[in-house]
Design a protein around this ligand. Structure first.
Ligand code: HEM
Length: 437
């Protein structure tokens, strides 16, 4: 018997951790109820929007579907969004304004646009072109170290996520912002905490994972306070993005510590886990589809198309929520002012109305109008960076791609917003180990 729509689960982090993306549920919704009122006991209700065209329509109407409603990510009742978590503990003693949005994603135009302009110049295509040789050199170095570790580990293998995929995104964030090199290892731990992942080694005795993530987030905010104070003291001369952010007015005023802290948290969070997950998910897909992998190896000029397919295939952001501020008819369904709407990017990327055979991983797919980076005024700020990192990372890995194999059960992040692997255990094939010195 088919599950009634009322019992489908597209909202619980445990479901995502145990079974991965809820593809079958999204398929049903796209087919039977593309704008579906989703009501469950443990979450505030929302309209689930699952078709490509409707996700676009919502994104193209930012005056009707606003970000400023305060609810942007699917969270269970009693669990605040991480961007709000700890803001009171940290902010109240420092005199922070409880009405100030955590960051620009929670704002609407024109304020959002002005805030975005403060940093967007650092992530343009031109800026990334200039960094490409540097990214290529870094990727070669990280890959060589990972392959070395694989060689030493033998049969047991090494986690690809932390062993390699996390390295370049972290370094790029650190360098662009202008953070000190010796702080990057801590940044990795804090970055994991931002998606709710805390390794047992970073938990205190008796501390739950949630509590540890909360504590680490507090630590990250303290660290950012120090970084901001230092940037204020130094003036612009060091040249990192943070220095520019501290000393450049927006709407005629310099940002205060609260605004800077939230902005930096956003740039660190958005730039780390997403690209890491696209890389690890892309490599897993290439291992799982050897014919596609061999095609890429035979013709590396296919890499740009392969990257777009990896982005469509992995879709590391599961959804964003919006608040309707006026009645709107979407695909024949009336949405009322005050309702919450959730747009599901991975579902849009499997929409059979737009992509032929959407469940076929095809590195030559073209056109490939995926919505992995969203659409409209909040369109991802870091697309050029993400693509540049993927290009450098995959280019460096190509020579040993055919030697990699899975050597254990991958685990998934327990989250509904940033999706992907928490751990992906890989090893060199026995043949490759014999071949290498
Ligand atoms: C594969 C990697 C990435 C994916 C899948 C991704 C995805 C997304 C998505 C879906 C959005 C929301 C778009 C919308 O609402 O229409 C977004 C926004 C954003 N992304 Fe990314 N992103 C990635 C990498 C990055 C990187 C490397 C950065 C580094 C700066 C970044 C920074 C941001 C920021 C700041 C926003 C908010 C933009 C705004 O509100 O104006 N992202 N991203």
């Amino acid at each position: 018997m088919t599950t009634p729509l009322e019992q489908l689960d597209i909202h619980h982090p445990d479901t995502y951790a145990a079974h991965g993306y809820p593809w079958a549920a999204w398929d049903r919704l796209r087919r039977e109820a593309p704008v579906f009122w989703y009501e469950r006991e443990d979450i505030e209700p929302f309209w689930a929007v699952t078709r490509h065209a409707d996700v676009m329509t919502v994104s193209q109407h930012p005056k009707v579907f606003i970000n400023g409603g305060g609810r942007l990510r699917m969270t269970l009742k009693g669990h605040p969004e991480l961007s709000y978590a700890g803001r009171d503990d940290f902010g109240l003693p420092r005199g922070w304004d409880p009405d100030e949005p955590p960051d620009m994603v929670f704002m609407d135009d024109p304020r959002h646009r002005h805030m975005r302009r403060l940093t967007s110049w650092a992530y343009t295509q031109g800026a990334m072109r200039a960094m490409a040789p540097h990214f290529a050199a870094l990727a070669q170095r990280f890959t060589a170290a990972y392959v070395d570790a694989l060689q030493r580990a033998g049969d047991t293998g090494v986690d690809f996520v932390h062993g390699l995929a996390a390295q370049l995104p972290l370094t790029a964030v650190g360098e662009i912002l202008g953070l000190a090199r010796e702080d990057w290892d801590r940044l990795l731990v804090w970055g994991d905490a931002l998606i709710g992942e805390v390794a047992p080694t970073h938990r205190r005795p008796g501390e739950s994972r949630g509590r540890a993530a909360y504590r680490l987030l507090y630590e990250l905010r303290c660290y950012l306070e120090e970084v901001i104070a230092e940037a204020r003291a130094h003036g612009r001369q060091r040249g990192g993005l943070i220095d520019r952010m501290v000393h450049t007015p927006v709407d005629g005023r310099l940002l205060d510590n609260q605004q800077l802290n939230g902005y930096l948290l956003l740039l660190i969070a958005a730039g780390n886990d997403t690209t890491r997950n696209a890389f690890s998910g892309g490599v897993a897909a290439l291992i799982e589809h050897p014919a596609q992998r061999d095609r890429l190896l035979a013709d590396p000029t296919l890499l740009p198309l392969a990257i777009e397919e990896i982005l469509r295939w992995t879709s590391p952001i599961g959804s964003f929520l919006r608040t309707a501020v006026a009645d709107f008819v979407l695909a024949g369904t009336r949405i009322r002012a005050g309702d919450t709407v959730a747009i599901f990017y991975p579902s849009a990327n499997r929409d059979e109305r737009v992509f032929s055979e959407p469940y076929r991983f095809d590195i030559t797919r073209s056109p490939n109008p995926h919505l992995t980076f969203g659409f409209g005024t909040h369109f991802c700020l870091g697309t050029n960076l993400a693509r540049a990192e993927l290009k450098a990372s995959l280019t460096a890995l190509l020579p040993c791609l055919a030697d990699l194999e899975l050597c254990g059960e991958p685990t998934r992040i327990r989250q509904t917003h940033v999706l992907g692997y928490a751990h992906l255990p890989l090893r060199l094939s026995a043949r490759a180990r014999r071949r290498r010195p």
